[in-house]
Design a protein around this ligand. Structure first.
Ligand SMILES: Cc1cc2nc3c(=O)[nH]c(=O)nc-3n(C[C@H](O)[C@H](O)[C@H](O)COP(=O)(O)OP(=O)(O)OC[C@H]3O[C@@H](n4cnc5c(N)ncnc54)[C@H](O)[C@@H]3O)c2cc1C
Length: 381
C-alpha cells in the first residue's frame, strides 16, 4: 500500500494550485460581488486540460483517474471553492457526453467543451423533486424532427450562463426507467431562465431556474439511449461527490493555513495567539481532521478508479465526512480569527458560506447516510 502521490500527481496538484493563486484568488471576492465568473477564465483552464479531466484521451480529454481529478479540485479550491465546483459540474457533463453520446455528438460538442470555449450545466433537480430525483416531471415528447421539452429545472448552477445544458427529462413511464437525457444548447426556442437566486455562498456562480416551454431540439440531441438518462445522470455522481468533497478539503486547508499565520501575528494578553496551549490543541485537532479527511477521500477515489464493488458506499461516506469536516474546520478557523473572521477582508467567512452547500448538493448528506445504511443492512442480510 503506497499513500504517496506520484511525481505526475504532485505536478497536477501544483499546477492547479499555482493557477488558482495567480488567476482566481486575486479576483474571487470581486466575482462574488458581481455574481458571475468571467467567461474568459474557462479557456485558460481548458488550456491546462481541465475541461475534460476524465474524458478519454481518444476523445481529446486528459484521461485522468478520479483520484487525479480530486487533486485538481482540492488545489483549485484553495483559491475559490465556487469556481472549482463549477468546473466539476462542467466536467461531469463532458464525461457524460464522452461516455454515452454518439460519435456525432462527441465530435460536435466535445472539442469546444474540452477547450472550454463552451461551458456545460447539469439539469436534474426540479422545484418538486430534489433528493427524490427520479420523480422528475419535465417531459420530452417526440416532434416531427426531434424532441420538445416542457418543464422547469431548479437550482441550476450556470443557468442562464452556460452554453449548453445536459437535461434529464421524462420520455416514458414513472420512475427512473422513464427518464432520458438530452443536450439543450443555449438559444433554443422555448428555453428561458428564472431570476438570479440570492444565495448564502457560491455567489460567484449564477444559479437560476431553467425553463422549457415546448423547447425544441433535434433528434441528434438525445444523449445515448432513450430511457437510460437516469442511469447516465447517476453514473457521474460518485465522482461528482468526490469532487465536491475535494472542494471542501482544499478550501478548509486554505482556512487553516490562513489561521496558522494569523495566530502567529495576533497578540492577546501579551503574547501571540499561537502561544495559548488551548488554541494550539484546536490547531492540532483541525490538522488531524483534515488529514483524516484527505486520506479517506483519496481511498474512496482509488476505489472508484479500481471499480471496487463498494466504491459507491465509500464515495458517499467520503462525501459526507469530508464536507462536514471541511465546514467544521472552516467555522473553527473563523472563531480563531475573533471578530476579524467575520469580516470579508480576511477571507474566512466566504469559505464558511461557500462550503455549507456541499452538505446539500450532489445528494444531501442525509442521502449519503441512506446509501451507507442501505448497504450495511443489505450486507447483513
Ligand atoms: C447552490 C446550489 C446549486 C445547485 N446546483 C444544481 C445543479 O447544477 N443541478 C441540479 O440538478 N441540481 C442542483 N442543485 C440542487 C441540489 O442537488 C438539491 O438541492 C439537493 O439534491 C436537495 O434537494 P432539495 O433541495 O429538493 O431538498 P429535499 O429533497 O426536499 O430535501 C429536504 C431535506 O429532507 C432530507 N431528505 C429528503 N429525503 C430524505 C430521505 N429519504 N431520508 C432522509 N432525509 C431525506 C434532505 O436530506 C434534506 O435535508 C443545487 C442546489 C444548490 C443549493
Amino acid at each position: 500500500m503506497d499513500f504517496a502521490l506520484s511525481e505526475e500527481q504532485t505536478a497536477i496538484f501544483d499546477m492547479a494550485c499555482d493557477f488558482g493563486a495567480d488567476h482566481v484568488a486575486p479576483h474571487a471576492r470581486k466575482w462574488e460581488a458581481e455574481g458571475t465568473i468571467p467567461k474568459t477564465l474557462w479557456p485558460e483552464l481548458g488550456a491546462l486540460g481541465f475541461g475534460g479531466l476524465y474524458v478519454r484521451e481518444s476523445s481529446g480529454g486528459a484521461g485522468l483517474s478520479r483520484l487525479d481529478a480530486t487533486l485538481v479540485f482540492e488545489a483549485l479550491s484553495t483559491a475559490c471553492p465556487a469556481v472549482a465546483a463549477f468546473l466539476s459540474i462542467h466536467n461531469m457533463c463532458a464525461k457524460m457526453i464522452d461516455a454515452f453520446g454518439s460519435d456525432e455528438m462527441r465530435a460536435r460538442v466535445l472539442p469546444e467543451a474540452l477547450s472550454m470555449q463552451t461551458v456545460l450545466s447539469y439539469c436534474l433537480t426540479e422545484p418538486g423533486s430534489g433528493s427524490d430525483a427520479a420523480a422528475l416531471k419535465t417531459r420530452a415528447v417526440r416532434s416531427t424532427d426531434g424532441w420538445a421539452l416542457t418543464g422547469t429545472k431548479a437550482f441550476i448552477s450556470g443557468g442562464g450562463y452556460s452554453d449548453a445544458y445536459v437535461v434529464m427529462a421524462r420520455t416514458g413511464e414513472a420512475g427512473p426507467k422513464g427518464i432520458s437525457a438530452f443536450l439543450v444548447e443555449d438559444g433554443r426556442p422555448g428555453l428561458s431562465f428564472g431570476g438570479l437566486e440570492d444565495k448564502m455562498g457560491w455567489r460567484a456562480q449564477p444559479t437560476r431556474q431553467v425553463q422549457f416551454d415546448n423547447c425544441t431540439i433535434p433528434a441528434a440531441n438525445l444523449l445515448g439511449e432513450e430511457g437510460k438518462g437516469f442511469r447516465y445522470a447517476m453514473a457521474g455522481l460518485d465522482g461528482g461527490r468526490l469532487n465536491i468533497a475535494a472542494c471542501s478539503l482544499g478550501a478548509a486547508q486554505a482556512a487553516l493555513d490562513a489561521t496558522l499565520a494569523y495566530m502567529g501575528d495576533r497578540q492577546a494578553f501579551g503574547q501571540s495567539l499561537d502561544r495559548f496551549q488551548a488554541l494550539q490543541f484546536r490547531l492540532a485537532d483541525m490538522e488531524i481532521e483534515l488529514q483524516a479527511a484527505r486520506t479517506f477521500l483519496r481511498q474512496a477515489a482509488w476505489k472508484l478508479d479500481q471499480g471496487a464493488p463498494d466504491a459507491t458506499k465509500f464515495c458517499a461516506m467520503a462525501k459526507a465526512f469530508v464536507t462536514e469536516t471541511g465546514s467544521k474546520v472552516a467555522d473553527a478557523c473563523l472563531q480563531l480569527h475573533g471578530g476579524y473572521g467575520y469580516l470579508a477582508d480576511y477571507g474566512i467567512e466566504k469559505i464558511v458560506r461557500d462550503l455549507r452547500v456541499h452538505q446539500i448538493l450532489e445528494g444531501t448528506n442525509e442521502i449519503m447516510r441512506l446509501i451507507v445504511a442501505r448497504q450495511l443492512l443489505e450486507a447483513r442480510g
